[in-house]
Design a protein around this ligand. Structure first.
Ligand SMILES: Cc1cc2nc3c(=O)[nH]c(=O)nc-3n(C[C@H](O)[C@H](O)[C@H](O)COP(=O)(O)O)c2cc1C
Length: 168
């Protein structure tokens, strides 16, 4: 698909068919994440690919019941010690944001549905996955075939969000 078309047609999908995602497609979207840029090329990420129904259930208990229907859930974890800090800027959050968005867009290009999930109880997610205490569970996305076709959500216009040369 043409690049801007991938961006335009991606949606956050919250209803999934049970059909499994072929391993080659999972590998493909993980490869897109692997190639993402990161602070000092530190690549502080670990992606946990969850397909075990028992683990999916426990992960859903972290606050998003609906993610369990997806055949696969990709959980993006970060080791903050491997990334950078400048003042109060924690670069691992940016690193994960970029890498997971690479994955999400590659999924859209493959006809797969995703949804960024940033709100969940991290303690419950960590326990479900056996993630050590010094590793952050930053975000996750279901990965599968859409059971719904959500409308495009509105976006602010360029006129509202772009300034020239100065803030004011
Ligand atoms: C950082 C981030 C965190 C998000 N967290 C959640 C979440 O916890 N639960 C959820 O249902 N959607 C979540 N979303 C999805 C947004 O609600 C969605 O992207 C937004 O409404 C625009 O819709 P669209 O993705 O279909 O264009 C998140 C998106 C981002 C980028």
């Amino acid at each position: 698909m043409e690049f801007m078309e991938v961006i335009r047609q991606r949606r956050s999908v919250r209803k999934y068919r049970p059909d499994p995602v072929p391993q080659a497609k999972i590998d493909h979207v993980l490869e897109a994440a692997r190639l993402a840029p990161s602070w000092a090329n530190s690549q502080c990420w670990i992606f946990i690919v969850v397909t075990d129904p028992k683990v999916k259930r426990r992960l859903a208990e972290a606050g998003n019941d609906w993610i369990e229907q997806a055949p696969t859930i990709i959980v993006a974890c970060a080791d903050p010690k491997k990334s950078g800090v400048k003042g109060d800027q924690q670069y691992y959050l940016l690193d994960i944001g970029i890498a997971l968005e690479h994955l999400v867009l590659a999924a859209a290009d493959e006809g797969l549905a995703t949804c960024w999930v940033g709100w969940f109880d991290e303690h419950t997610a960590r326990a479900a996955l056996g993630v050590p205490d010094d590793i952050r569970v930053v975000a996750l996305t279901p990965l599968g075939y859409a059971e719904e076709e959500p409308e495009a959500r509105p976006r602010r216009s360029l006129g509202e969000i772009v300034r020239r040369d100065r803030w004011g």
